[in-house]
Write a protein that binds this ligand. Structure first.
Ligand code: ZN
Ligand code: ZN
Length: 365
């Protein structure tokens, strides 16, 4: 066993604090990773606070992880010691079901679903019966070391800064996957609702795909920030602006991480177009089926992305020279960072520099 230090929440109401635990040594097909950077995703906060009612404590969050390979199992072929690699939301899936056979590990149909990088199987053992992964809780990237199956470890292209690559592993692929699935292409008009970690990343990816991008935000200050990044931006409550945009979008993506009304945006879709929701994982207010039926519009959902898409979006960002706007923080400041994320104060993704954790560990010895 390997001694690991992370930051964990012990209860839904507690702050993240240093927490020591053990990981198993890398098996034949596994890779040991020295964690260098980890992005702070809004899901981390939902999970720490048990807002999806499935958190197993203690909870060590973090699923936007970039690190350096320090050890490989004897059967590992894809990675070598010294490689800069990434780990996203998943660290395993059943490999047997129809979805896994198609390469869609993120829609794994096994009773335990896919194995999340932290908080174990998305479906708890109590609900799913036998646990195929033998793990009821997994500990994520807010820690100094990780051991992961090689197939679930991504390659970070050399031209991407490792700290910039981190948020691509969740925010990037979560927005890239639906845009690819619904065929966003050059010349399309794409609307992105919400301008946080996911939204600003979605806008950059859509633009790199050749689309004309409009961001929708509730925050006045973000209008100017969106324009600075080269996007058109509209204030959601600007009824006149929304009216002018009716029936004009080929695809829309909602990245808002909480309950919100989709109806004003359904009106903006062209005939046969799709509004996909990736931010909120909860029931939303019903959409008016008259508006949907009259233009054969669809409202859809999408969950993260599969492994191939995760590698693709990393390579895509490297090729197009794009990446998230990040603010680096020390792990000791993560609780304050959570509050700012909840208030929408971050521009646009916090990334934890794990050197701060290593300094803390060294200081204790
Ligand atoms: Zn995430
Ligand atoms: Zn499966």
């Amino acid at each position: 066993m390997i001694k690991v230090t992370g930051y964990a929440a012990k209860h839904s109401y507690s702050r993240l604090k240093p927490y020591e635990f053990e990981r198993e040594e890398a098996g034949a097909h596994e890779v040991e990773i020295d964690v260098l950077y980890c992005g702070v995703c809004h899901s981390d906060i939902h999970q720490v606070k048990n807002e999806w009612s499935n958190t197993v404590y203690p909870c060590v969050p973090g699923h936007e992880i970039v690190g350096r390979v320090t050890k490989v199992g004897p059967a590992v072929k894809r990675h070598a010691v010294g490689d800069i690699v990434g780990v996203g939301c998943m660290i395993d899936s059943c490999g047997q079901c129809e979805a896994c056979k198609c390469g869609d590990q993120n829609y794994c149909g096994s009773p335990n679903s896919w194995l999340a990088t932290y908080n174990g199987p998305m479906v708890p053992k109590s609900q799913a019966g036998e646990n195929i992964y033998g793990k009821d809780n997994t500990f994520g990237g807010y820690s100094n070391l990780l051991v992961v199956k090689e197939d679930f470890v991504l390659k970070i292209p050399a031209s991407l800064k490792p700290e910039v690559a981190a948020p691509i592993l969740c925010a990037g692929v979560t927005t890239y996957s639906p845009m690819k699935h619904w065929g966003v292409k050059a010349g399309d008009k794409v609307g992105i609702i919400g301008m946080g970690g996911l939204g600003h990343m979605a806008a950059k990816i859509a633009k790199a795909m050749g689309a004309e991008v409009t961001l929708f935000t509730t925050t006045k200050e973000k209008i100017e920030e969106a324009q600075k990044l080269g996007f058109q931006a509209v204030l959601e409550k600007d009824k006149k602006a929304l009216e002018e945009l009716e029936k004009s979008f080929d695809f829309m993506l909602s990245t808002v991480p909480e309950k919100h009304d989709l109806n004003p945006f359904v009106e903006l879709l062209k005939r046969d177009s799709v509004l996909c929701v990736v931010g909120a994982l909860e029931p939303l207010a019903p959409t008016d089926n008259m508006a949907m039926a009259q233009m054969r519009r669809s409202v859809a959902g999408s969950l993260i992305g599969n492994l191939a898409e995760t590698q693709e979006v990393l390579d895509f960002c490297a090729e197009h020279g794009i990446g998230p706007e990040i603010e680096m923080i020390r792990i000791q400041d993560v609780n304050d960072a959570y509050k700012k994320v909840e208030k929408g104060d971050v521009r646009f993704r916090y990334v934890i520099d794990m050197a701060s954790l290593k300094e803390e560990i060294a200081g204790e010895q």
